[in-house]
Ligand binder design. Structure first.
Ligand code: RP5
Length: 185
């Protein structure tokens, strides 16, 4: 149990646990870490493979609830059974991020992660860094159901996205009207 404590004792207790199938998954999943940090949500990131170190995954799953973790994110490539294996060992919500690790472009991991039989759901997001970001946002949304401050930050985040689209829209709209008018003259 001790080994899963944060190496920084001053850090706030993690609310989200990110599990990587391999250290080679880290680069893609930094996007999830950055996003959680954007929302000031404390998290931890560990490596535990469902097939190479199943005992370690087991031990980790046994510690999470007692340490206050509320949502798990599991990221793996290839025949990606990590998220399902984790979901089998806890009642916490598990978000699965399929990663591209083979010549199949992540489709193998996507199908392995998303097609969980009934009873053991894995909330599967997009492949790769898009999925890493969405996994973090979904984790924040789950946490926000019981946290009004976090909910306000999410509302502001949505408003910011909408503002960015509006800022980019006028130029596109004008150029279309212009080209249409010039054709019809
Ligand atoms: C999966 O196999 C991991 O999640 C990773 O995406 C992939 C390759 O792992 P390494 O061979 O780089 O450790 O289990």
């Amino acid at each position: 149990m001790e080994q899963f404590r944060s190496p920084k004792p001053e850090a706030r207790s993690p609310l989200v646990g990110i599990v990587l199938g391999s250290d080679s998954d880290r680069e893609a999943m930094e996007e999830a870490a950055r996003t959680l940090a954007e929302f000031h949500v404390p998290f931890e990131m560990i490596v535990a493979s469902a097939h190479r170190s199943p005992d370690r995954l087991d031990r980790y799953a046994q510690t999470v609830e007692a340490r206050g973790i509320c949502v798990l994110i599991a990221a793996a490539g290839g025949a990606a059974h990590l998220a399902g294996a984790l979901a089998a060992r806890t009642v916490l919500p598990v978000i699965g991020v399929p990663l591209e690790a083979t010549g199949l472009g992540g489709l193998d991991a996507l199908l392995s992660t998303v097609q969980m039989p009934p009873g053991v759901p894995v909330a599967t997001v997009s492949v790769g860094t898009w999925g890493a970001r969405n996994a973090a946002i979904l984790a924040v949304q789950i946490l926000a159901t019981g946290d009004p401050d976090l909910r306000r930050r999410l509302e502001e985040f949505k408003k910011q996205m909408a503002r960015k689209i509006e800022e980019k829209s006028p130029g596109v709209f004008e150029s279309r009207v212009t080209s249409h008018e010039s054709r019809s003259v």
